[in-house]
Design a protein. Structure first.
Length: 339
């Protein structure tokens, strides 16, 4: 059992996050909520009629990752692909308002939008407007141009893969090449993965799958501690990744590293209303912490505190610096070796 160090409970780490600079590359999208009440059944079909009273737009996907960083006064630069449409223009404005620097390429595809119809806080229907085809050669060339101008300035890069066509097998290699060309060495690449794109993540510095993604990526069950240990180790070795952080929902998270033991961080959540975007929060906090030199284990603990905060809110949310400080004061952490 590892007793909590003073550093883990020291708010200095939270204060230092504002110095962090991270490049986010990935599938950016907009989450739209049509909110109202369902008072009757349609005469046209046996479905409820929702009278829309409010429409809300939120940053989703890689945009939510970047927003979690700027919510802590860190700097986030976002490279992604959108459409030349009204939703794309709205997305750019929303990113700028959130303090994110948008470096978005306009392609011939529509901007990805997930529209949720909500009645009395219950989701009735989700409508997705998206293109899942791989980026065209023209789109990828434009993305590389944006990346070449920025990768050499960053030590940490987050790749946020939502399976919308941006992430390819050559992208991580291109990012490494650009980092080395700038003289700083290859950046730490952290990947929020999708199992169908597993081959794209070879030699990533860290992957942050949830239990479902870990199971799908390895073909192994993850119900018990021995099963989690076997699947996490197999995934890390399979992809030759330096680290795999498997998020375990109510059970916290488990960190697998090429060297050293497997560490378990218990959950910090005291109440759970909505797990939407919790994975975005985890990878955002770890990346921001690493960018300012916080040790990896402590970065994982910070991310766990932040995830515990956002799942207590409704919708894709963020954690503030003051919320993090309060959680660290009120709930001291003890990490446990699992091997």
């Amino acid at each position: 059992m590892r007793e909590p160090s003073r550093e883990l409970c020291n708010p200095r780490y939270v204060d230092e996050l504002s110095r962090g600079r991270v490049l986010v590359v990935g599938d950016v999208m907009m989450d739209t909520y049509l909110i109202g009440d369902a008072v009757r059944i349609s005469p046209e079909a046996p479905v409820p009629v929702v009278r829309v009273e409010e429409i809300r737009h939120r940053l989703g996907g890689a945009g939510n990752v970047a927003r979690n960083m700027t919510a802590l006064n860190g700097r986030a630069v976002l490279v992604g692909l959108i459409g030349e449409d009204e939703d794309g223009h709205r997305l750019k404005s929303m990113l700028s308002e959130a303090g994110v620097e948008p470096c978005l390429v306009c392609g011939k595809r529509p901007t990805t939008v997930k529209s949720r119809v909500m009645a009395r806080n219950q989701q009735m229907l989700r409508l997705d407007r998206e293109c899942l085809a791989p980026a065209t050669p023209e789109e990828y060339a434009a993305l590389l141009k944006e990346l070449e101008a920025r990768v050499p300035d960053f030590d940490v890069v987050v790749v946020s893969d939502y399976g919308k066509g941006l992430i390819s097998s050559g992208l991580l290699d291109d990012i490494r090449r650009m980092g080395c060309s700038g003289g700083r060495g290859a950046p730490k690449i952290l990947v929020d993965p999708k199992p169908q794109n597993l081959s794209c993540y070879h030699r990533a510095w860290m992957l942050t799958p949830n239990t479902k993604e870990t199971s799908e990526s390895t073909g192994l069950p993850v119900r018990t501690r021995p099963e989690i240990l076997a699947a996490g180790r197999h995934l890390r070795e399979k992809l030759d990744a330096a680290h795999v952080l498997t998020t375990l929902g109510a059970e916290g998270m488990a960190l697998f590293s090429a060297e050293g033991p497997v560490w378990h961080v218990p959950t910090m959540a005291r109440q759970v209303f909505d797990v939407t975007g919790a994975g975005d929060t985890v990878i955002a906090l770890i990346a921001l912490a690493l960018a300012v030199g916080v040790p990896l284990l402590d970065a994982c603990v910070l991310a766990n505190y932040a995830a515990g905060i956002v799942v207590g809110k409704v919708g894709a949310a963020t954690a503030s610096a003051e919320e993090l400080r309060c959680a660290m004061r009120e709930y001291p952490v003890t990490m446990e070796r699992w091997d």
